[in-house]
Write a protein that binds this ligand. Structure first.
Ligand code: AMP
Ligand code: GLY
Length: 421
């Protein structure tokens, strides 16, 4: 089988790497891909407009398309492919709205009794200001639309909140994504990412993972797309069942009941509060960097799981996970998440990463046959092992030879996982 994968991050490199292990996979094409997928698979240009995908799928004799990022899902790429009878893994536009509209997601959770923070949503600046003045709890401001992970603001004072609201709604810092704003209660606790496969009816949850959103060690510095991850997170007994039955399954059932069947990966970002797990957001896709660690632990052929999702038979297959743990350390450009240089040569990629590690590429490209930087997050070095400590050793050993000008990474990935019993 030939497969076309849409995207260009370490998530897509990890999906390609996992699919490559399937005896049933012939060729993997990645559009547009990065230097890592150019070496591991075949990169092709992403056609625009989306109708160009039909001829690409024909020419490449592709019989399955997997869509990685949220933007093409929110724009209806899956709908367009389904309309042309091309098998696609990823939700239609109306199901992807669970990520692309936070206002929709909050109202949806309220309708289906899915635990989340108290909130109100606004399209009118003055009404939002009045709400800010009257709420009695600490708040978080969210641009409702897709803002590339930057649309959530955690203000430290009333003044900061007013300023951020003005920036989003009036100065339109995030463009149309800020036409509607969600103001919600600020929750406290540990965060965990639970990714789940779904065929629209059934779910299979993956091992819980933790992202590291802040740039610097000790969870300091600005928010980023994610500086590292590990899995599984050691949760109290029964908590994964509770998350599955009070959050993941009700969301899939609710979407189906509302005429928005969800086929793909549904990924709630959760806060584990003293009152139980609460949804911070829903994502309609694999997480990045969670995918790098979770797929390293998947034992079952990923193609079998994806096909069961497309066939509506996810309940009939067993999805097996390896024992042990995986950890991923992201190597980022100097200056990220602010301005950074690109096209910088990367050294050390020719050193073998060891048997229990792999180097997924994110923002990289090939220039004169050399791998150079091409984005904020550059590489996602991933290790696994019997224990989380082994996985971390494998990842940090594998990144040691790698160098590029300005390279930065966190040295404390998964430390919380090592210290919690
Ligand atoms: P989101 O894009 O909605 O996941 O938000 C990005 C990050 O903002 C989350 O990973 C949390 O760290 C933080 N966040 C979002 N909502 C809340 C909340 N209600 N309380 C506390 N932190 C939050
Ligand atoms: N790990 C954060 C995200 O994928 O949105």
């Amino acid at each position: 089988m030939n497969i076309l994968l849409i995207g260009s991050g370490a998530r897509e490199h990890a999906i390609a790497w996992k699919l490559e292990q399937s005896p049933r996979v012939n060729k993997i094409f990645v559009a547009p891909g990065n230097a890592g997928t150019a070496l591991a698979a075949t990169n092709v240009d992403l056609p625009f407009p989306v109708s160009g995908l039909y001829s690409l799928v024909n020419t490449l004799q592709v019989s399955l398309v997997i869509i990685g990022p949220e933007a093409p899902l929110a724009e209806g790429m899956a709908d367009a492919l389904r309309a042309a009878n091309i098998p696609v893994f990823g939700p239609n536009k109306n199901a992807a709205e669970i990520e692309s509209s936070k206002a929709f997601a909050k109202a949806f959770m309220a309708r289906h009794n899915i635990p989340t923070a108290r909130y109100a949503s606004f399209t009118d600046f003055d009404a939002a200001m009045r709400h800010l003045e009257s709420v009695e709890y600490e708040i978080v401001l969210k641009a409702s639309g897709l803002a590339g992970g930057k649309g959530v603001i955690l203000p430290n004072s009333f003044e900061e909140a007013c300023d951020a609201l003005y920036q989003i709604m009036v100065a339109r810092e995030f463009g149309a994504a800020g036409d509607e704003v969600v103001i919600e209660e600020r929750l406290r606790g540990e965060e965990v990412s639970v990714l789940a496969f779904s065929d629209g009816t059934h779910v299979r949850v993956m091992p819980p993972a933790q992202d590291h959103k802040r740039l610097l060690d000790g969870d300091l510095g600005p928010n980023t797309g994610g500086m590292g991850a590990y899995a599984p997170v050691n949760l109290p007994g029964g908590l994964m069942d509770k998350i599955t039955h009070s959050i993941v399954q009700p969301a899939i059932d609710g979407l189906r009941a509302e005429g928005r069947p969800f086929v793909g990966v549904l990924y709630p970002g959760l806060m584990l509060t003293d009152d139980g797990p609460r949804v911070l957001e829903f994502n309609c896709r694999f997480g990045d960097p969670e995918t790098e660690v979770v797929l390293s632990l998947l034992e079952t052929d990923l193609l079998d799981v994806v096909e069961a999702c497309l066939d509506g038979t996810l309940d009939r297959i067993e999805v097996k996970w390896k024992r042990g743990a995986a950890a991923c350390v992201v190597l980022a450009s100097g200056g990220y998440p602010g301005k950074y240089a690109t096209q910088l040569p990367i050294d050390g990629l020719d050193c073998a990463p060891g048997p229990n590690a792999t180097i997924f590429h994110a923002g990289t490209t090939l220039k004169d046959q050399r791998v150079v930087t091409n984005g904020g997050r550059v590489l996602a070095v991933t290790g696994w092992g019997e224990t989380l400590g082994d996985a971390l050793d494998a990842a940090y050993d594998a990144l040691r030879p790698i160098r590029f000008e300005g390279m930065q990474f966190r040295r404390d990935i998964a430390q919380k996982g090592l210290t919690t019993p």
